[in-house]
Design a protein around this ligand. Structure first.
Ligand SMILES: C[S@@+](CC[C@H](N)C(=O)[O-])C[C@H]1O[C@@H](n2cnc3c(N)ncnc32)[C@H](O)[C@@H]1O
Ligand code: SF4
Length: 469
């Protein structure tokens, strides 16, 4: 056995062979376990992996190291990636059932059909049976890949104005660490849809599509963007990476309002969207679908009908209108968060939204609205989140079974409304969080028709996702 230091070995081609032989000897008890050496090997191989080396020998070595270091969660996520990438790998197929058993999980969800659908089927079953401890992983994975944004100061309504973790207030916006994306890789591979935005601009991340290489064949990649960074290079990357749809947040139909809300030139955003559309059509692709978002406030709500027309001109597949989330209250220049909420002027809001729906019908635009279309109607938690299986008014939400949102700093939520994280991936594995006591309690309480305290934000407001204000 070589006595050369691990660091030095990392630079010679035989490194993995030598290490492999050593790890097998330790596993078989032919050599004693040297914790320091094992950790050092693991760190070196982890670094290679973090640098993008996902070859079979690297993954195999990582699995062996993690098992010998007692890190079963890490071993499991790596073995899943190994079997996903290299289905015939013998170590992967041998270790998977054993690792699952040691973690108290069945191994059914780790076999994939051609569309990567097995996890979805298991997830649907667990949702239907209201299981509290899950063997499936989320079908919808939101990866907040960056909180860096190109718009300074942020758009008036953006929570960057008051929420320090998103890095405007304390100026420490960051991209999600590669290590975190790597740990999420098997979960990305099993998801039906992966979104890549958080509270930041995804296209500001130079390696935004790195996580896409972990997606399974049936995974749809989606993102929300401000449309201001659509250079030819980025457009080509979007098309190369088979992005399924992009929601462009314009929030305005006129130059003046766009400048007030988003501080930029509306025509620049429109030109970018048009270039993306042309490039997509030139390649003969039908994706990404181009969708337009309008975050409604008193300043822009009158433009909702014109926004529908703009969407028609741009050939958008869908327009999404939604209200500003409740839970913030700050002033920025002309903007007063509380006062700008459309609830403050229900008549103007209701008339504009009605007109927008009529315009959508006239132009054949697919218009969807989250939340209240008319403020004259009252809403309860149950009417906003109806239980599909119950008669009468019962609350239900599927997200505790189907969705996981991982913020740039590793905080984990089911959705962006929960304002206190369920856990953080720097201190626990994704599995531990997904089946944590808290998340099991959320599932139990949701199944009983009672929203968990984590799902009612700290100001007692109704969750905006399904029942936006
Ligand atoms: C935070 S942005 C991140 C992606 C990208 N930077 C963008 O602007 O589209 C995602 C979405 O959140 C919306 N948003 C921002 N502030 C909001 C708020 N206070 N309430 C509700 N939605 C908000 C944006 O308009 C955008 O559609
Ligand atoms: S572009 Fe998006 S992330 Fe950036 S400030 Fe605006 S809403 Fe926030």
């Amino acid at each position: 056995m070589s006595t050369v230091s691990v660091d030095a070995l990392a630079h010679v081609p035989t490194f993995l062979d030598d290490v492999r032989a050593y790890l097998i000897d330790v596993a078989l008890g032919r050599l004693p376990k040297d914790a320091e050496r094992l950790t050092s090997i693991r760190d070196t191989v982890e670094q290679r992996f973090a640098d993008g080396d996902e070859t079979e020998p690297v993954l195999e070595t990582l699995v062996r190291c993690s098992i010998l270091c007692g890190d079963r969660d890490r071993a499991k996520t790596t073995v899943e990636l190994l079997t996903l990438r290299f289905p015939d790998n013998e170590l992967g197929t041998a270790m998977l059932p054993e690792l699952n058993r040691s973690l108290g999980l069945a191994d059914t969800h780790n076999t994939f059909d051609d569309d990567g659908r097995t996890n979805s089927v298991l997830n649907e079953g667990e949702l239907r049976s209201r299981a509290t401890r899950l063997e499936s992983t989320p079908c919808v994975l939101e990866v907040a890949s960056t909180n860096v944004c190109n718009i300074h100061p942020p758009c008036v309504q953006c929570w960057k104005h008051f929420d320090p973790i998103h890095g405007y207030i304390n100026n420490d916006a960051k991209h999600m660490p590669k290590e975190l994306i790597r740990r999420l890789a098997p979960w990305i591979g099993r998801a039906r849809a992966v979104s890549l935005h958080g509270i930041g601009e995804p296209l500001a991340h130079p390696q935004i599509f790195d996580s896409v290489k972990h997606t399974g064949p049936g995974t749809e990649v989606v993102l929300v963007s401000n449309a201001l960074l659509l250079t030819d290079t980025r457009i080509n990357k979007i098309l190369d990476n088979r992005v399924a749809s992009i929601d462009f947040s314009l929030d305005a139909a006129t130059q003046e309002t766009f400048r007030k809300i988003r501080g930029n030139d509306l025509n620049a955003a429109i030109r970018g969207i048009e270039r993306l559309r042309e490039a997509r059509d030139e390649r003969g692709l039908d994706r990404p679908h181009i969708c337009l978002n309008m975050c409604l406030m008193r300043e822009n709500v009158r433009e909702a009908p014109a926004f529908v027309e703009l969407a028609h001109r741009l050939g958008a597949a869908r327009v999404h209108l939604f209200h500003m989330n409740k839970g913030a209250n700050y002033r920025f220049e002309w903007f007063d968060y509380d006062d700008q909420h459309c609830e403050r002027d229900p008549e103007t809001h209701d008339a504009a939204i009605e007109a927008a729906f009529l315009r959508a019908e006239e132009f054949g635009v697919h218009l969807v609205m989250s939340g209240r279309r008319r403020f004259s109607e009252t809403r309860t938690m149950a009417s906003a989140h109806p239980d599909p299986n119950a008669e009468g008014e019962t609350f239900f939400c599927s997200k505790p079974w189907t969705s996981m949102l991982v913020m740039t700093n590793g905080d984990v939520f089911n959705c962006c409304w929960q304002d206190r994280p369920i856990g953080n991936m720097n201190h626990a594995s994704a599995w531990d969080i997904w089946n944590s006591t808290t998340l099991q309690e959320i599932r139990e309480s949701t199944a009983a028709g009672v929203p968990h305290k984590k799902c009612v934000n700290s100001r007692g407001n109704l969750c905006p996702y399904l029942g936006r204000v």
